[in-house]
Design a protein. Structure first.
Length: 199
């Protein structure tokens, strides 16, 4: 009995449901059958949907990043430049410094690039430039694309798992409230007869 003197409406586990179903127990409640079927549906969605969704999302993210890798690799190239100012500073590991280099077509160019902190003026460094000759960042690497795919797949798998688990918990909560409400009504109706009092 619960704290109000009423018998509790217990929820059936999977093993208990299978055992009662096998013997055709007439006391097996409709809400037990409903919960079992919906739980099996959620389990099916979890087993099939989780790997499918995570794999699809991971592959989509990887392919998108690889498209960026190929595009940036085609648009950017490395050149040899010389620092025209020193890279002074004590904070970050890399600082901005003025550099100059000769472009593929011959003209002398200047720009600002990130170099190791403390690099003296006149040092030769390798920098990335785009087709227009402007200083830019290094292109995305294939390893970065693979990491993005893995992270996206794992995040998607976690999200699918959380949705399924929350759906099952919510389903159990709703059905438990229905069980308790039904048992409470039955108890209110039968308690006077069991206690020898008229209703």
């Amino acid at each position: 009995m619960n704290s109000h003197g009423r018998p509790g409406a217990r929820r059936l586990g999977l093993c208990a449901y299978v055992r009662l179903s096998r013997v055709g127990n007439p006391l097996l409640r409709p809400c037990d059958r409903l919960q079992f079927r919906l739980s099996m549906l959620l389990l099916f969605v979890l087993v099939i949907g989780l790997p499918t969704a995570s794999l699809s999302a991971g592959l989509a993210a990887y392919r998108s990043e690889m498209h960026t890798v190929r595009a940036q690799a085609a648009e950017r190239h490395r050149v040899t430049a010389r620092l025209t100012t020193g890279s002074e500073g004590t904070g970050a590991a890399r600082q901005w410094a003025q550099v100059s280099w000769t472009d593929r077509d011959g003209p002398r160019r200047t720009g600002v690039a990130r170099v190791a902190t403390g690099t003296p003026k006149g040092t030769i460094v390798r920098i990335w430039v785009d087709r227009q000759g402007a200083v830019t960042e290094a292109p995305v690497r294939p390893a970065d694309a693979a990491a993005t795919g893995w992270v996206t797949g794992c995040v998607t798998a976690g999200a699918v798992f959380a949705v399924i688990v929350n759906a099952r918990v919510g389903l159990a909560h709703v059905l438990d409230r229905r069980r308790h409400a039904r048992w409470g009504a039955e108890w209110d109706r039968l308690e006077p007869q069991w206690s020898g009092r008229s209703p």
